[in-house]
Write a protein that binds this ligand. Sequence first.
Ligand code: PBG
Length: 300
Amino acid sequence: MSPGQLVLPLFVAEGLSEPRPVASMPGVVQHSRESLRKAVSEAASLGLGGVMLFGIPEHKDATGTQALDPDGILNAAIADARAEVGDDILVMSDLCLDEFTDHGHCGVLDDSGAVDNDATLEIYAQMAQIHAASGAHFVGPSGMMDGQVARVRLALDESGRSNVGILAYAAKYASSFYGPFRDAVNSSLVGDRRTYQQDPANGREAVREALLDVAEGADIVMVKPALGFLDVIARVRDAVDIPVAAYNVSGEYSMIEAAAERGWIDRQSAIEESVISIRRAGADIVLTYWAAELAHQLRN
Ligand code: PBG
């Protein structure tokens, strides 16, 4: 394992003057724009492979308007990050609507209240162009809409951004392990995402999803969550010829932090074992909230 294989997810919230701790994720904060710049610069000096930015707007609405405002929190943060680190580290951006919608879904809804796949794709296309114009090296479409990689690739190419890469959330399961993340992004989701995320009982479908994303132009395919889905990571690694990433998600992080706080588990070795296992299963790249800490250790 080396720092360059790790990507650090970072949250930035509009209107903060100080970082605000995320209660359900000890050690993780919602950054202010100011503190985000420092975190990105630290990630670069640690030699991490990248940062994945999530933005939390003050105002959410039904269509996630803030996502398309060039001065909106995520777009401003992408620009801040690039101004801070240039090309020293990959600046990646979460391309999804759930942080921006008041209903908390990853897309816009139709009259019946169901997520409207194709209307959402058009918004993702615009978001991709704005993220790229703000300076993202990679966009990470995470909403699991069918056809999202092809639509985003087309939008990037049409706006002259053919060098901006796509880290595709290819197999994203409808998982309980995203619980603490919903706290981190002040999510207002009621219900679940089972109409567009994968069924945890189904492994085969993940390979199909990954192959579709490769065909649509993904540069990296990701499996998420990681620890309960090591078999899926291995299957996808065997099936594709591009890098595979895995997301060591919030619930996986918080379970270890909480157990360690109580003295029920050896924190350090549990963290190492988790991330090594994800690598062993076949992930070339690991998104983990422990990325900076692990990089510190790897360098010593
Ligand atoms: C959607 C998104 C989610 C996560 C990353 N991107 C939440 C979801 O799909 O419900 C979860 C990350 C984590 O739990 O650490 N924008």
